[in-house]
Design a protein around this ligand. Structure first.
Ligand code: GLA
Length: 381
């Protein structure tokens, strides 16, 4: 009898523990820890967002960088699918923009110059003769004010605010930027951007995660199959500056209207492929800019992981990590070789301030810039 009593007490305790574990798992959370200090002694935070399915994103307020993103494969095994570093010190060095927020202008502005309201503005030149990703100290290298957004039904969310001063990197106007990262309970990383200015300026914000759906450090991305919802892409010159035309993808290695392995045509003897050293171009997403629509999908056959990209932006820069060269050591201690990650940077077309035929990137005083992008994760057999 006494024996039975003990067994049932143990059973009850075990059941309680199981129930607690289930509740803990089902609870969406956001917590904050320290990510270290900058060289100037500023404290940097690391936020951990967890949704009800156990999907987890770690995001720092330094550059708004997504440091890790753990999602399940077809068997339910979680892996970190973004490239990056374990510690702040590695992010402080000049690098390939791993996981960062990019601004004020994603991608290039030719010769670092543009004219707005009859005034020529000279920007920092940091990519040959051109301006790239907001300049020498872009939004990827600044400290954002971070706040947990509580009570959002969609999932845990982090608000990041940054004031880019008039004249910063050469841009006019005090630009208030707000980015909200939400890890939804539908296994999506959703990024909402907004910005306002006190003087007309240009704005083109994006996000620069390098994905490897087999897990970061787990080889190259050449077998990942990609689909891009675009009949046209933006061809460039040898310096990656748009020619001004939008070119039909049909009959070119840029046709991803049906799924193709990234590696299938990446070394083809084709001028645009050579200019980009692989894929490093903007695709013109079909449908109406400003309206949330399907942009691209990537499927990694060994893990079964699928990532869909949805956006309100007119374009998506598909970059295949062509400049990674095996000199950076990633989170799992493995060297990041060439093409070991790919980016889907949703954005306006490069050099729009100098290209009258492209959709405008001018943000008027008093207007609000808005943009949303969703990276949705799932798996298939
Ligand atoms: C973008 C650019 C590339 C490169 C990467 C970062 O994708 O188009 O040329 O600068 O960012 O290395």
């Amino acid at each position: 009898m006494r024996q039975h009593g003990r067994i049932s007490r143990v059973l009850v305790a075990v059941l309680w523990l199981l129930a607690l574990a289930l509740v803990a798992h089902a609870q969406a959370t956001i917590t904050k820890t320290s990510f270290g200090k900058t060289d100037l002694g500023e404290n940097i935070d690391l936020y951990t967002l967890r949704n009800t399915h156990g999907v987890e994103a770690k995001i720092t307020n330094y550059g708004g960088i997504v440091v890790s993103l753990k999602v399940p494969d077809r068997r339910g095994k979680f892996d970190d699918v973004v490239l990056g570093f374990n510690n702040l010190a590695d992010y402080l060095k000049p690098g390939p923009y791993f996981g960062a927020l990019i601004g004020r202008y994603g991608n290039r502005i030719a010769k670092g110059r543009f004219t707005l309201n009859g005034v020529e503005y000279k920007l920092a030149v940091n990519n040959g003769e051109n301006h790239l990703h907001g300049g020498i100290k872009g939004f990827d290298k600044v400290i954002w004010a971070g706040n947990k957004l509580k009570g959002k039904a969609e999932g845990p969310a982090l608000v990041l605010d940054y004031l880019s001063n008039d004249g910063e990197e050469g841009y006019p106007g005090n630009l208030h930027v707000r980015v909200i990262y939400t890890l939804t309970n539908n296994n999506e990383l959703k990024i909402d951007y907004s910005a306002t200015t006190d003087k007309d300026t240009v704005t083109n914000l994006t996000h620069h995660s390098y994905f490897n759906l087999a897990g970061e450090g787990n080889g190259d991305i050449l077998n990942t199959q990609v689909t891009i919802n675009a009949n046209r892409f933006v061809p460039t010159d040898a310096g990656s500056i748009p020619l001004g035309e939008l070119r039909n993808v049909s009959g070119t290695p840029f046709d991803f209207l049906t799924p193709h392995a990234i590696g299938e045509r990446i070394n083809q003897d084709e001028e645009q492929i050579k200019f980009g050293s692989g894929y490093d171009h903007t695709w013109v997403i079909n449908g109406r800019p400003g309206v949330m629509r399907f942009a691209a999908t990537a499927y990694e056959p060994t893990s079964g992981r699928v990532m869909q990209v949805w956006t309100t932006e007119p374009g998506v820069q598909f970059y295949t990590g062509n400049f990674l060269d095996g000199t950076l050591t990633g989170k799992a201690g493995k060297l990041y070789q060439r093409r070991s990650g790919f980016c889907f940077e949703t954005q306006h077309y490069p050099d729009s301030p100098n290209q009258p035929s492209f959709p405008t990137t001018t943000l008027k005083k008093g207007a609000t810039y808005r943009s949303t992008t969703i990276y949705r994760f799932s798996s298939k057999r």
